[in-house]
Unconditional design. Structure first.
Lengths: 363, 279
């Protein structure tokens, strides 16, 4: 009857995040915990395409931070600026303690990137891809084998490490790309649309791997996605980005309770209108009625539900049916951008990549 | 920079070995060229047999082919040059593919020198060129009526041949690398490479002596680095020990090739680093 409340990932990361905004904490502590700091980040592609416009945010160590938005919102451009692939038109940005504009080498040594498209070479085996990446990042030779084996085990690619990656399925390839980005133990891992084009089972499996990596290896993750469920299930905090601007930024639950709505539908036997009674209950912000079905918009559904059930019991009313619609990021997105994320036309490049992946998976 | 250049070069060589069609084509192509060009363009075979025709053929070879004992001996030098230039044209191919697949971004976020990305492809192409040139030389020697070295031919001549080939290849490698870092699709590279390949070959002394060409063509062939390299190699094969006028011609041509390689390298490093800079 009630929908499962989405699991909140690693609650301790919230604490880190929270004290960013807690004035009681000394400013030096805040500095130590902030691993990505962007202020007024702007990217203009000539002649005048403002792909990213005055974007500011900070990410704390250990967090999974997500950029949620439709295709073309500026997510990939932001990742490109943060990872030194694209120049910054305006604003400043610090990643892992290095200025992205002036200390590119420092940034590069401390980050890993899993780009949207091919991040591994199809003509090399899984192991060779890992070793090549390790060598490029100057991981000491004697540690490479151990680290590679450990990561291969972590994502369950043990049997496939010796195979050419062009024979991998889409899901296997994505898992390999994930660990290739981790071999040099970066402080921050950037994931650009980590499950694009994967089927739903493979996608949920990827979520588990990403959560595991974040939890066990203490890697901060900055990711982009246009899947609402993905942002909801993975991210500690989400920035909703549209047309190059951040429209809202908070934890998925906070976004849902402030910008979404939980609606409880209560069906009662035929009788007089008791809307006023519902309105007076604590936590109910809006009541509408259709025949004997009342729709109650609630502020904080956990607490409100208790109030409402007590209220109904006190009224001595027999309840025929109840139905709870939890607030979703879908509604949040609609609320802040004025349209549904699913209405977006899938970008050509995206659908081509998805098709290519599906093709590879079939062969 | 050296270690990452080596790693990326090994990657490129692995890819070459693992693509059976590509490997087969690269091994068979030089042999096909030598056999087919060697028979189709052979001017001495155009003379019908009659009493005394042998002497005329010898005289043609003597006067127009710089004393080469047969056409294949003349042609081998040209084919060696064509081989390394062809390899140079496609050396940037993996870069174009990496860019279109997205793998290039993976390399660009790594803390490696941008030059390592182009250098690795350059070195791997030179290595392939040297190995395939050696195979071509062996095949030319085995062919019936094939390559004959002059009596004074020694290790120094062999070193000279490969020096000329490497200088020629470095020049063309950087020229085409400048294109490859800009090209957004393999088709661009293929179109330019296939348009320039044969004209570069024909407008040189690789197949036939420039003396038999019309004036304008022989002028173009005269400045074509392929001609310089082909001439150097030809002298080293046909004359054995060099001396006097030939030695100074060879020295001049080698300096010409060295300057060609140096200028292209400078331009190439500059242009390819620009091509790989941030969006």
């Amino acid at each position: 009857m009630f929908e499962r409340t989405p699991e909140v990932t690693s609650s301790d990361h919230f604490k880190c995040t929270d004290y960013l905004f807690e004035p009681a904490v000394a400013s030096s502590d805040v500095k130590m915990n902030t691993i990505i700091e962007a202020r007024g980040l702007t990217k203009v592609y000539p002649p005048s395409t403002r792909a990213v416009n005055q974007v500011s945010f900070s990410v704390s160590e250990g967090e999974i931070f997500g950029f949620l938005g439709p295709n073309g919102a500026g997510k990939t451009t932001t990742i490109k600026m943060l990872t030194t692939l694209a120049s910054i038109t305006d604003g400043r940005c610090n990643v892992g303690g290095y200025d992205v504009r002036t200390q590119q080498d420092g940034v590069r040594r401390n980050i890993g990137l899993v780009p949207q498209d091919a991040a591994v070479d199809g003509d090399l085996t899984g192991m060779e891809n890992l070793v090549l990446s390790a060598r490029l990042y100057k991981v000491p030779d004697e540690e490479i084998k151990r680290k590679a084996d450990e990561l291969i085990g972590l994502v369950g690619l043990d049997g496939a490490a010796g195979r050419l990656t062009r024979t991998y399925s889409g899901g296997m390839r994505k898992r390999l790309e994930l660990i290739v980005g981790l071999i040099h133990e970066p402080k921050v891992l950037f994931l650009d649309e980590p499950t694009l084009g994967l089927d739903i089972q493979t996608r949920t499996a990827m979520w588990d791997y990403i959560k595991g990596i974040n939890r066990d290896r203490k890697v901060t993750i900055f990711m982009t996605t246009h899947y609402l469920e993905e942002a909801d299930s993975l991210c500690g905090r989400v920035a909703i980005i549209d047309h190059g601007r951040i429209k809202a930024l908070d934890s998925p639950n906070a976004l849902k309770s402030s910008l979404g709505r939980d609606i409880l539908e209560v069906e009662l036997p035929e009788g007089p209108d008791i809307s006023a009674k519902f309105s007076s209950m604590e936590g109910v912000t809006e009541v509408s009625r259709k025949g004997s079905v009342y729709s109650l918009r609630m502020e904080n559904s956990g607490k409100s539900l208790q109030e409402i059930s007590v209220g109904l019991w006190e009224l001595g009313l027999e309840v025929k049916d109840v139905r709870l619609t939890r607030s979703s990021l879908d509604q949040v997105f609609l609320n802040v951008t004025g349209r549904l994320i699913r209405d977006e036309v899938v970008d050509n490049a995206d659908s081509l990549i998805a098709m290519a992946r599906a093709e590879r998976a079939r062969n | 920079m050296m270690s990452e250049t080596k790693e990326l070069m090994v990657r490129d060589l692995k890819k070459w070995f693992r693509s059976p069609a590509w490997l087969f084509a690269s091994l068979v192509q030089p042999v096909l060229w030598l056999v087919l060009f060697g028979n189709a363009f052979n001017p001495t075979s155009m003379i019908p047999s009659f009493p005394g025709s042998g002497a005329i053929k010898t005289q043609i070879l003597q006067s127009t082919f710089g004393g080469a004992p047969n056409y294949i001996t003349f042609l081998t030098a040209g084919m060696l040059c064509f081989l390394v230039v062809t390899w140079a044209m496609w050396a940037g191919g993996p870069l174009v593919t990496d860019r279109s697949l997205g793998y290039l971004n993976k390399l660009l976020v790594a803390p490696i020198s941008r030059t390592a990305i182009t250098f690795s492809l350059l070195l791997s192409s030179i290595l392939k060129g040297v190995v395939l040139s050696a195979i071509l030389l062996v095949v030319a020697l085995i062919l019936p009526g094939g390559l004959v070295f002059a009596s004074g031919f020694g290790v120094a001549n062999l070193l000279g041949i490969f020096t000329a080939l490497i200088l020629l290849s470095v020049g063309f490698l950087w020229l085409f690398m400048m294109l490859s870092v800009r090209a957004r699709s393999f088709e661009t590279l293929a179109a330019i490479g296939s348009t320039l390949g044969l004209p570069l070959l024909f407008a040189s002394s690789a197949l036939l002596p420039t003396a038999s060409m019309p004036g304008w063509l022989s002028t173009i062939a005269g400045i074509n680095p392929i001609s310089k390299a082909a001439d150097v190699i030809r002298y080293l094969i046909v004359q054995g020990a060099l001396s006097g006028g030939v030695l100074s011609t060879v020295t001049f041509d080698l300096v010409y090739l060295l300057s060609f390689a140096a200028v292209c390298t400078l331009l190439g490093i500059y242009a390819s680093n620009r091509g790989l800079r941030m969006e």
